[in-house]
Write a protein that binds this ligand. Structure first.
Ligand SMILES: NC(=O)C1=CN([C@@H]2O[C@H](COP(=O)(O)OP(=O)(O)OC[C@H]3O[C@@H](n4cnc5c(N)ncnc54)[C@H](OP(=O)(O)O)[C@@H]3O)[C@@H](O)[C@H]2O)C=CC1
Ligand SMILES: O=C1O[C@H](COP(=O)(O)O)[C@@H](O)[C@H](O)[C@H]1O
Length: 491
């Protein structure tokens, strides 16, 4: 059995009073502690402008992990590792005090001088914080220093380049950990294992045997409290540029020569480089955008996007995107990758469907519409697992066939509580494993790809809303596949 590595570190969270820290980071730190991945040698410093103190942050942490603690459990030992400092990231004096605080906690918790700076704040501050940390000597330590950056990484290629330049003036690329939380999801990480540890799939994983690949990430939620951010972003920047293209890269990449961070990233980068550039005047052939109107989800009436806030009236922001990606390389020539994502859809689900080609002569089905192609379905959430759709003999006399499914459900079968994406990524960042973080080249290539689509859309005002809440998006998203002779496999 391999020994659990327990990294030692001071974790400095910028934006400690915010939603992400509360909903994701504190519970993740607790789960790492509970599972023995963090021992006593860690301290957390929370920073934000609010006038909290150590007692308040400890109470807030306790509240944020309520759902995880058992009755009567004493978590005071855990919360005693949390400290708070009221801090304005734009004020240079604050950093001098922060350095003093970090050094003092390092001595107390024997963290070996290891420092993880987690920027859970609006991206406008990323460059300032990185440079202030450098200028105030917070990178000068006997241990390691790493910077974890939340999304969005820029608004387009130009702003992403600018941000990257600012970060790289202060930190080396190998110290920068750009979060894409989909890369922390168990079944997204499983894509490589399913492919590269199973001959039956990898031998068939190419244009000779695969008809098309479909990646769907649908949400039932609307924009919630984030209307302001979302309206400047839209589904393309919010989901396609990062999570969806990352999943496509993992599905399409060549086997790396080993499992090192550099080799895996390098293969993903090659996929993004091979994505066929869509000329602005051809975007409508490949991409469909949508915005939700009012509707019904799970028996409840919900309002349309434009009614979510006063300033959304007449908004042209897309809450749904479907697209056909073409990967111009030897393995994938002729195989479309269809992607779709949207808010206020019928169900919350992320799923990959690999549709295999039929055999050259099917003895059992003469008519195409009766055939059930073999499908490999990778369920990412809410259920985790894989299902293989096959054909088998129908019980009884005759040569009739029926579709059957071989299913593996992660939770049910392994019996363990799947770690949260953020928990895994936080742990990886402390171990110095950047494999499941995005390299700058991946970010830049993804922006380059989506910028063209957005530029084309910005020239024409859409007729929104064009899909009902509770549906699977606009009709045009179905037509995108129908014109190629395919359809979306049911949700
Ligand atoms: N929330 C989520 O689920 C997700 C968030 N993200 C990203 O994570 C980041 C944080 O998001 P989220 O937590 O939702 O945002 P919030 O608006 O909830 O939190 C922002 C934080 O920044 C602090 N802050 C703002 N201005 C300053 C300042 N000048 N100096 C110091 N602290 C400041 C705020 O505290 P105070 O007001 O006390 O200063 C608060 O703690 C963003 O980049 C977001 O895009 C990414 C994916 C999901
Ligand atoms: O990054 C984001 O992801 C969430 C969806 O994440 P999931 O893990 O729940 O699938 C999305 O709601 C949000 O708009 C986006 O910023």
């Amino acid at each position: 059995m391999s020994e659990t590595i327990q990294p030692k570190a001071t974790i400095v969270i910028f934006g400690a009073t915010g939603d992400l820290a509360n909903r994701k980071l504190y519970p993740s730190i607790y789960r790492l502690y509970k599972s023995g991945k963090l021992d006593e040698n860690f301290a957390v410093i929370g920073l934000a402008r609010r006038g909290w103190n150590n007692e308040i942050i400890r109470e807030k942490v306790e509240q944020s992990i309520q759902g995880l603690i058992s009755e009567g459990e004493d978590i005071s030992e855990f919360t005693s590792h949390f400290y708070y400092k009221s801090f304005d990231v734009t004020s240079t004096e604050s950093y001098t005090d922060l350095k003093f605080m970090v050094e003092s906690l390092e001595r107390e918790y024997h963290t070996g001088g290891n420092r993880l700076f987690y920027l859970a704040m609006a991206p406008d501050f990323f460059g300032t914080i990185a440079n202030q940390l450098k200028d105030h000597g917070l990178k000068e330590t006997s241990g390691w220093t790493r910077l974890v950056i939340e999304k969005p990484f820029g608004h387009d290629l130009a702003s992403a380049k600018k941000l990257n330049k600012e970060l790289q003036a202060a930190f080396e690329e190998n110290q920068i950990y750009r979060i894409d939380h989909y890369l922390g999801k168990e079944m997204v990480q499983n894509i490589e294992v399913i492919r590269f540890a199973n001959g039956i799939f990898e031998h068939l994983w190419n244009n000779q045997f695969i008809n098309n690949i479909q990646v769907t990430s649908s949400e039932t939620l609307g924009v919630e409290e984030r209307a302001h951010y979302y309206d400047t972003s839209g589904a393309t920047r919010d989901m396609i540029q990062n999570h969806m293209l990352q999943m496509v890269a993992l599905l399409a990449m060549e086997p790396p020569i080993n499992l090192s961070t550099e080799e895996i990233r390098s293969e993903k980068i090659k996929v993004l480089r091979a994505l066929r550039t869509i000329k602005e005047d051809k975007v409508s052939k490949y991409f469909v955008r949508g915005q939700y109107g009012a509707g019904n989800i799970g028996g409840e009436k919900v309002i349309g996007y434009q009614d979510e806030a006063d300033d959304l009236k007449d908004s042209a922001t897309e809450t749904f995107v479907a697209g056909k990606l073409v990967i111009d390389n030897y393995r994938w020539a002729g195989v479309p990758f269809y992607i779709r994502t949207g808010k206020r859809m019928k169900e919350k689900s992320t799923k990959i469907v690999v549709e295999f080609k039929d055999i050259p002569m099917n003895l059992y089905h003469k008519k195409d519409d009766l055939r059930n192609p073999n499908l490999l379905v990778i369920n990412i959430q809410p259920n985790e697992g894989i299902t293989l759709h096959l054909n088998a003999k129908k019980t009884g006399n005759g040569n009739l066939t029926e579709p059957i499914q071989l299913a593996y459900h992660q939770d049910a079968d392994s019996g363990i509580n799947t770690p949260e994406a953020y928990e895994k990524l936080l742990y990886d960042s402390m171990l110095g494993d950047a494999t499941n973080f995005t390299h700058w080249d991946e970010v830049a290539l993804s922006w380059e790809f989506v910028d063209r689509i957005l530029a084309s859309w910005s020239n024409k005002k859409p007729d929104f809303p064009n899909y009902e809440s509770g549906s699977m998006g606009p009709k045009a998203a179905d037509e995108l596949l129908e014109k190629d002779g395919f359809h979306w496999w049911p949700e």
